[in-house]
Structure formats: C-alpha cells, structure tokens
Design a protein around this ligand. Structure first.
Ligand code: F0G
Length: 351
C-alpha cells in the first residue's frame, strides 16, 4: 500500500475524527538520508542525517501542516482560505485548497519570492496579492482580516498547521528508533522548530523515545530577530523563505531552545550558500537556500568544537532546490564550459 499521508499515518496524534473529510496529497513519509560525505568534508565525527522535505507534494515541509489546516477548514465549512507567505506556504495553501474545493488567497512580498513558488500558486489558481512591504506586514494584514471576515487563516498561527508539522519529528524517531541528539533547522516565522519540539515531547510521553534532542534553530544573519532580541524592520537575506523580522512563534521557538538546552543562532548568507552547495555537490540532494541554514549551523558549530564524537545530528532540509533554480544558476553558471569541437569535449572528459 502506498503512503497515505500524515493524517492517516499519525491519526492517533492528530485532532481528527472518523467524520473528518481528509484532504491529502500524500505528504510526509520523506526520507531521512545519512550524509557521511558531508560530515567527512567538514571533518565532523558525527552521525549526520538529512530529512529531505523537498520531496513533499508541493516541494516543502509546509504540506504537513497544510493537509491538516485545510482538512479542518473543510470540516468547519470554510469556503475561502488566506495566508501571507514568503512562497512555500502560498504554494501549499493553493494546492491543498484546490484539492479541498476551496478558494485560496495569498499575500506575498513583491519581488521577494522565488519564481517556482509563484508559479505553483498561479497554477493552482490562487488569487495572488502582493504587498510592497515584507512578510511581517503581509502577515499582520491577513491576521487582522481573518479575525473579522469569513476566511480561514492558514499561516502557522492556525494551530492545526503546527499539529501537522510535528509529524516530521515522529518520522525521524520512527526511522532512527530513537530521537537524535541534536535537531538543526532553519528558522523564519519559527513555526517549524515549535512543531518539531511538540512532536518530540509527545513521543517521549508516549514512551516511543527515551530522550529529547537539543533543538538548534538558525536564522539568516540579516533576518535574525530572535538572536538579536529585537524586531528587524527591514530583514535582508538571499534565503528569501526566511526573510522575516518578527516571527509569529518567537516565544515558542525560544522556549524550545531553552527547554531542550539547544539554541537559536544565526548564519551569514555566505555560510548558507556554502552549505547549500555542499549538500547538492556531496550528497545529491538539492534544497533551496533557506533550507541549508541548519547545515550551515552544523558547520559553524563544528568549527567551535561543539560536537561530541558519536553525536547523532538531524538537519531538516525544508524545501526543494528547484523552487529557486534561478538562484542556483546565479551561483554556479560560471562553471560551465563551451564545447566547440570533439577535441574540446575530449579535453573536458579528461581523455
Ligand atoms: N525553510 C523554508 C524553505 C521555508 O519556506 C520556511 C518558511 C522556513 C524554512 C522557516 O520555517 O517559518 O516555520 O520557521 N516559510 C514560510 C512561508 C514563512 O511563507 O512559506 P518557519
């Protein structure tokens, strides 16, 4: 039988009943891939794994939360849903709304989302609305409107989103038959780190694991409000997915880091790009730039002798690299060679 999607797979842990109309695209069940070459390349004697969320139906981890948010919206009779987004949430909201026979409205920061994500929202017939400002302003606007008008907010302020996303932690534990020692991931609006922490703590209570991992969240240096301890009015980073200056789950992310004895830290755009290229070039996994922030964090901390031998480290790669193919070409186009003759070709092949 094929993978049924996260709601059926983890029904017992989720707020659904036999009457709930499940809206799914078969999300979740993503691979946890060992990354020995990457670990060796950075010289870390750790057991490194990459949870590849890019293979979800719309190409990011957002599908885990969206299947449940849209399912519950449908159950509650909603006809319209709305979200603010740096791109991936809008792609997922658009796709799952089509699946559920609802209408999606997405508010995005103009010129600051990757083209692939925009294409997804368009193909799934969402109404695309743009703001001149950033994600934070868009989120404030949709939150306000959804409080008074009959339209369901499907950003991660919607509690069903995080309930769905916690299944990422369940899958990691199911695959390893235990929790890892550390879980690294990028932090934008800070929902995912909150959701993973919820998942791990629930699994501990259930007796499925015997310890909790340290939660290690990484923001981009130009968009690092939690690290700096203050709202960033004009967030900047090439990792547009996490270009956020006032995260909705700020306090919960801090709590996850504190309770788990982990940390929220930051990495520069250069560090993100280095990690992004290493993941693709050494492990065969193409993720989008923001997704590499966790691995960039592993590299940064390894340089500071943070890890102990045998640590078991999981990094969530949150989205697919093809979402922002443009960016990958910008960083690697110089490496192509023009072939004008057979001799050129043979020379390039090393013969
Ligand atoms: N990685 C990717 C690829 C993302 O799209 C996001 C968030 C994150 C990491 C950060 O996750 O917000 O839970 O801390 N993208 C949102 C969006 C904001 O609109 O698609 P977070």
């Amino acid at each position: 039988m094929s993978w049924p999607g996260i709601i059926e797979a983890y029904r017992r842990f989720l707020p659904v009943s036999d009457q709930t109309p499940i809206i799914t695209l078969g999300e979740g069940g993503t691979p946890l891939l060992p990354a020995p070459r990457l670990a060796a390349a950075i010289g870390a004697k750790i057991d490194l794994y990459l949870k590849y969320e890019g293979v979800n139906p719309t190409g990011s981890f957002k599908d885990r939360g969206m299947t449940l948010a849209i399912t519950k919206a449908k159950e509650e009779g909603a006809e319209k849903v709305i979200c603010a987004s740096t791109g991936n949430t809008s792609a997922a909201a658009a796709a799952y709304s089509v699946r559920g026979g609802m209408k999606a409205y997405v508010l995005i920061p103009k010129g600051k989302i990757a083209l692939g994500k925009l294409a997804q929202a368009m193909m799934h017939r969402a109404t695309i609305l743009q703001v001149q400002g950033n994600f934070d302003e868009a989120l404030a606007l949709v939150t306000d409107v959804s409080k008074t008008y009959p339209i369901t907010l499907v950003n991660s302020i919607n509690p069903y989103r995080l309930q769905g996303q916690k299944t990422g932690a369940f899958e990691v534990c199911d695959d390893l038959s235990e929790a890892p020692t550390h879980h690294f991931l990028p932090v934008g609006n800070a929902g995912n780190i909150t959701a993973y922490w919820m998942g791990y703590t629930e699994y501990l209570k259930e007796g499925k694991i015997t310890h909790l991992p340290k939660m290690m969240g990484f923001q981009a240096a130009g968009s690092a409000p939690i690290v700096l301890g203050k709202i960033v009015k004009h967030p900047k980073t090439i990792a547009t997915a996490i270009r956020i200056g006032n995260p909705a789950s700020w306090k919960n992310a801090e709590l996850a880091a504190l309770e788990s004895q982990g940390k929220i830290d930051m990495v520069t755009d250069e560090e993100i790009i280095t990690a992004y290229r290493m993941i693709a070039g050494l492990e065969g996994i193409f993720c989008e730039p923001a997704s590499a922030a966790g691995v960039a964090g592993v590299i940064k901390l390894h340089k500071r002798d943070y890890f102990k031998k045998g640590d078991r480290v999981v990094c969530t790669l949150t989205g697919h690299g093809l979402k922002d193919a443009d960016f990958s070409l910008k960083t690697s186009i110089k490496e192509t060679t023009m072939v004008k003759s057979k001799e050129d070709l043979l020379k390039s092949l090393g013969f």
